[in-house]
Design a binder for this molecule. Structure first.
Ligand code: ATP
Ligand code: MG
Length: 326
């Protein structure tokens, strides 16, 4: 039984500031011995990708998680495809979820853009995600705001399965950070910062150096009127305030006070400094760890052994409940 389960895809660019603030900074800070964290490579196959790149990104994303402070001596860190039970449970849950509920998923609508030639995998993505979480009987799922609807679906699937086949799964609860739960693209303030969709200028890539980070933040789209204030008609400034709040721990209100009458220049300079300050130790640690990918691979294999034992426990009950012959 895991306290927490969460995952990140080895998709698109390297992880960005949104992934860090919305998700894995908290995984590292809050980690407990029965937490399970996963690089979800099977999810990254749902959009067109290059096989060799997938392998490289999988190791790189795992390295970022370690650099951010996931400690393999405390929690379990592994790669999704190393534990075959994820695919097995996903199939079983595909026979519990309905096409109606999957069609309502906003991420599918956004990523498919109405096209019929996207993969079936993209359509059933949230079911695989439900399998990831339910396999470990996770009580909590620390995620960004964009995953709220998928988590609702995981809960519905768990409840339906329990009702139909008898109590089997823990019904998971999502948790969100107080700030930074939905960091927006720096150039397209109406879209979230995204590994696979955003342009390089729209994201603070964790792999960027400090000068590139500063340049991108200084060029971030702001709004007309020079006031540093969160408001519906000021999405750019609101995003930067949320970002700075997440990085410094101050509230948006405190920050509005601090920058009153100062214009955007000083505001952006301080954001860049604060972001680089928070990322500096993580970037340094990444560079050290990336020098020895073999050591990271070993951590992942040990993690998979631990995860498999937990997953196998759940699957014994599931196979029995759904009527599969032993
Ligand atoms: P992709 O574009 O390929 O879907 P992504 O940037 O959305 O990539 P994921 O791997 O799908 O990243 O998500 C990993 C975690 O990061 C999830 O918990 C998700 O909620 C969180 N997350 C993703 N984008 C943001 C964001 N812009 N702000 C805050 N959290 C985010
Ligand atoms: Mg995503």
């Amino acid at each position: 039984m895991a306290r927490a389960f969460s995952g990140i895809q080895p998709s698109g660019s390297s992880p960005h500031l949104g992934n860090y603030l919305g998700a894995f900074r908290r995984w590292a800070e809050d980690q407990q011995p029965d937490d399970v964290y996963c690089v979800v490579d099977l999810h990254a196959m749902t959009l067109p990708y290059d096989p060799q790149e997938l392998r490289e990104r999988t190791i790189a994303v795992a390295t970022w998680l370690l650099a951010a402070g996931i400690d393999p001596d405390v929690s379990t860190l592994f790669v999704q495809s190393h534990v075959r039970e994820h695919s097995e449970l996903a199939w079983i849950l595909n026979c519990v979820a309905t096409t109606g509920e999957l069609r309502r998923m906003v991420q599918f609508k956004e990523k498919s853009k109405g096209s019929e030639s996207v993969t079936v995998g993209l359509f059933t993505y949230p079911v695989l995600q439900a399998a990831d979480i339910l396999l470990y009987q996770a009580r909590e799922v620390p995620i960004g705001e964009d995953q709220r609807q998928h988590l609702e679906l995981s809960r519905d699937i768990a409840l339906r399965f329990n009702h139909r086949y008898g109590d089997t799964f823990t019904v998971p609860r999502p948790t969100f950070p107080p700030a930074g739960a939905r960091i927006m693209d720096l150039q397209d303030v109406h879209a979230k910062m995204s590994k696979s969709v955003s342009s390089p200028q729209g994201i603070v890539d964790l792999l960027d150096d400090e000068r590139a980070t500063e340049r991108k933040i200084k060029r971030a789209v702001t709004d007309s009127g020079g006031e540093v204030r969160a408001a519906h008609d000021k999405p750019g400034v609101t995003n930067l305030l949320d970002l700075l709040a997440a990085v410094t721990g101050a509230t948006t209100g405190e920050l509005e006070q601090r920058y009153q009458g100062q214009g955007y220049g000083a505001f952006k300079t301080e954001i860049a400094e604060a972001v680089n300050g928070v990322l500096r130790p993580v970037r340094q640690r990444y560079a050290e760890l990336a020098a020895d990918p073999g050591a990271v691979a070993e951590i992942l294999h040990k993690g998979a052994d631990r995860a498999r034992a937990m997953a196998e426990d759940t699957m014994r009950t599931v196979r029995e409940r759904v009527g599969l012959l032993r």
